[in-house]
Design a protein around this ligand. Structure first.
Ligand SMILES: Nc1ncnc2c1ncn2[C@@H]1O[C@H](COP(=O)(O)OP(=O)(O)OP(=O)(O)O)[C@@H](O)[C@H]1O
Length: 765
């Protein structure tokens, strides 16, 4: 047995890979014969696989992998490695395949997608972003062509017609947000011909942990019916003059801020002697709090960037601009006022969906990622998915050096710069991972001051991504990057054409340096994973200080330590403190995820009831039939006047309108309920139970109410020029809709939020 095959056998906690490994030999045995076929004959072989149902029987699985391997060799010039085929088989079995960076997940995913498609399943390959959706679909297209499978992709710019065409393909590549928003928009369709997304078949998720865990922390929201918000420039100006420590205090974790007594006095005076806590005008205090939040807790170039006159959020786990993301509850407007940019529209939430609810619609789910084991528990709990750990094609020889620990940030930075200078002198390429944009710029300036030239990759210059990454493995290259470099980037040793590869290999390959550990070990691993791809030499090391936010916030009660003259902590057990801090941070993130899920469970169930009814109105004549029963005279009169078809059309529009409007109101009620529910923490009652206890009765009678309102509108709607004018009767749909992801709890965990709210309500620390 080849070494790579032996290693593939699996690790504890992983699903058993032996059944797949056993098939590798028979797959290889098919190679000679398939190699002799013409392209047309090979396509015909693939088509033959479509004669049976899923799952694949042993012989068919062998044939699929063998045909797929031959097709990839011809179409892409790449013969899939054994480990890639094991990945394909794990995916076809509905697993999360953990495969390291650069192992060729794109190809493994495409072969599995084709396998599902050949058996008549519609496959959605869920990519991390639009750029990768397009790149991967186009890259794999020749392979799909040869296998006789159609492929499409969806980008943000696509209109409804283009989307429909892309979804009509057997395999469609799209980001989770595009997919989610298409599903949400479809839920508001008033004509079956407007629907875009077909019934779900298979979800094959790339970078599965990122989508299933990180993205799943916030629901996708569809908003519409805009009402411009006033930009509170005056309040932004006022808080700009306040001083930290004197007028306001920020808690240790930077998650909550409150005015001090001096601050309260200063604000009251600046506003002309108002009483912030007066019961007469309760609108001022929330405005002050919002402006203060925006001022004190949100930093430009850390939490957001200002580009093209707009405030753009930075996605925490990826370091990229989160295109459609906004902050909730007026915070967006407060940050816009702070930055002096025009206030963007706010709107009414029309509907929302969690990533879980979106993906659990698919009868078959599977995915791939380099870092799944760390979240295996969550994948099982939330998605019923098991992880298959597939070892690399060539053993990973990257050396992950232990962290270097420093007392202060300054000493850490000095040490990092000194190390860069020393290693750079040998010609070895270096990649430095930072936590945010501001940090990446500061490090770059510092290096420049030392005469070390570097390229910078962050959310501000993401257009440069491809060329910067292409050269990051070149001899003598220094690249500073935020988490952007963490996913889907292939750093080749010796530069883009790998011409200098041997010289770079001699220096030791890529050296990855982390400027502080990330809030999750998966992010650390992704950064490390940029080095050592496909058996390349390389190493990684993180530089950490006690002052790092992760450590300060999550391991506050620290023991003493001895330091060297350079400020390096000598006690190795201090690394445990750092690891512990990271685990605490991970626990918090998991709690956020769990909360989003818990609070949305009941909402999803209720939404299901509405959708089922809605579908009968949309596709059948349920609305018309109901109105004929509820308003028999008016119905008969209208049929007489304008004809049955026109009455049915109006009945559909009116009934759908009231269902949708009822849902918007219900969602708004639930959002308010959830806001207030945190305060019940103090009453020692379980807020989730309280929420469910009130959300359930509030939904009772939902369908009856919508039906009664529809009858009212139906009775009132006038006939104009032979048509029932539903608009005059108040049936108006938002002319524009837009989409975003809200950050449900941008700053804190549930408990801290409750405490924070109470503190701000009392105005005291
Ligand atoms: N069987 C193969 N033979 C040769 N090259 C391959 C093979 N499979 C993939 N590659 C190459 O390996 C590189 C990495 O592939 P890919 O981007 O799919 O990796 P990945 O696993 O998605 O990595 P990442 O975690 O960085 O996203 C690509 O340049 C691809 O062309």
């Amino acid at each position: 047995m080849a070494e790579s095959v032996r290693r593939v056998l699996g690790r504890p906690g992983s699903v058993d890979l032996r059944p797949y490994v056993k098939l590798l030999k028979p797959i290889e045995d098919r190679e000679a014969e398939l190699g002799g076929l013409s392209d047309t004959e090979l396509t015909a072989k693939a088509a033959e696989l479509g004669d049976a149902e899923l799952p694949y029987e042993r012989d068919d699985l062998v044939e699929l992998c063998a045909v797929g391997r031959e097709a990839a060799r011809r179409a892409l010039g790449e013969r899939p490695f054994d480990v890639q085929l094991v990945g394909v088989m794990a995916l076809l079995d509905g697993r999360i395949a953990q495969m390291a960076t650069g192992e060729g997940k794109t190809l493994a995913g495409a072969l599995a997608a084709a396998g599902f498609a050949l058996r008549g399943r519609r496959v959605h390959v869920i990519s991390v972003n639009d750029y990768l959706a397009r790149r991967d679909a186009e890259w794999m297209r020749p392979l799909y062509d040869l296998l006789g499978v159609t492929v499409g992709w969806i980008g943000q710019e696509a209109d409804a017609k283009e989307r429909r065409a892309a979804y009509a393909a057997e395999v469609t590549y799209a980001s989770v947000s595009e997919l989610g928003f298409d599903v949400l928009r479809d839920r508001l369709a008033t004509d079956p011909a407007d629907l875009v997304v077909p019934d779900p078949g298979v979800a094959l998720i790339d970078e599965a942990d990122s989508v299933l865990v990180d993205e799943a922390r916030v629901p996708l929201v569809l908003a519409g019916a805009a009402e411009a918000v006033e930009s509170d420039v005056a309040m932004a100006e006022l808080v700009r003059g306040l001083r930290p420590g004197r007028h306001y205090e920020v808690d240790d974790e930077g998650r909550n801020v409150h005015l001090t007594d001096t601050g309260i006095e200063a604000v009251e005076e600046a506003l002309g002697g108002v009483d912030l806590y007066s019961a007469d005008d309760t609108s001022i205090l929330p405005r002050v709090n919002l402006a203060l939040h925006a001022h004190a807790l949100f930093q430009r170039d850390v939490h957001y960037v200002v580009r093209d006159g707009e405030v753009k959020l930075i996605n925490e786990s990826r370091g990229r601009i989160a295109l459609l993301q906004r902050w909730p509850d007026g915070l967006q407007a407060a940050v816009e006022a702070k930055e002096g940019v025009a206030a963007s529209d706010s709107g009414e939430v029309l509907d929302s969906i969690t990533v879980q609810a979106l993906l659990l619609r698919y009868p078959v789910r599977c995915g791939m990622t380099g870092t799944a084991m760390a979240v295996a528990e969550q994948l099982r709990e939330f998605y019923e998915l098991e992880v298959a750990v597939i070892e690399p094609n060539k053993p990973c020889v990257r050396v992950d050096e232990p962290d270097r620990l420093y007392a202060t940030q300054e000493e850490k930075e000095d040490a990092l710069v000194a190390e860069v200078a020393e290693v750079h002198a040998t010609g070895r390429p270096i990649l430095i991972g930072t936590q945010d944009v501001a940090e990446s710029e500061r490090i770059a300036r510092r290096l420049a001051a030392e005469g070390l030239t570097c390229s910078v990759l962050n959310a501000k210059n993401d257009a440069e991504e491809a060329p910067v990454i292409a050269e990051a493995g070149a001899y003598g290259a220094i690249t500073v990057s935020t988490q952007m470099a963490g996913r889907g980037t292939d750093i080749r040793l010796g530069g883009s054409d790998t011409s200098d590869r041997d010289r770079v290999v001699e220096t030791g390959g890529l050296y990855v340096m982390g400027y502080g550990r990330y809030p999750s070990s998966r992010l650390d691993d992704q950064l490390r994973g940029r080095a050592g791809r496909q058996g390349d030499p390389g190493s990684s090391r993180f530089f950490v200080s006690v002052e790092d936010e992760l450590v300060a916030a999550n391991a506050p009660e620290t023991r003493g330590y001895d330091v060297t003259a350079e400020g390096e902590i000598t006690d190795p057990s201090w690394r445990d403190v750092v690891n512990h801090a990271q685990r605490v941070a991970e626990g918090r993130l998991m709690e956020l995820h769990r909360n989003t899920w818990r609070y949305n469970k009941l909402i999803d169930l209720q939404r299901g009831v509405v959708l089922e009814h809605r579908s009968e109105v949309l596709h059948a004549d349920q609305g018309d039939r109901q109105l004929a029963v509820d308003c028999p005279e008016r119905h008969a009169e209208l049929v007489e006047e304008v004809g049955a078809e026109e009455v049915a059309r109006a009945a559909r529009l009116i009934t759908l309108y009231h269902l949708d409007q009822g849902w918007v109101d219900h969602l708004a009620f639930l959002a308010d309920l959830r806001e207030g529910i945190h305060l019940r923490f103090l009453g020692r009652r379980n807020p989730l139970d309280e929420f469910n206890a009130e959300a359930a009765p509030a939904f009772k009678g939902f369908l009856d109410d919508a039906r009664a309102r529809a009858a009212e509108t139906f009775n009132e709607a006038p006939v104009v020029d032979g048509r029932i004018d539903v608009a005059q009767a108040g049936v108006k749909r938002p002319s524009i809709t837009w989409t975003y992801m809200v950050q449900e709890h941008p700053f804190s965990t549930e408990f801290e939020n409750a405490a924070g709210r109470i503190r701000s309500a009392l105005g005291r620390g």
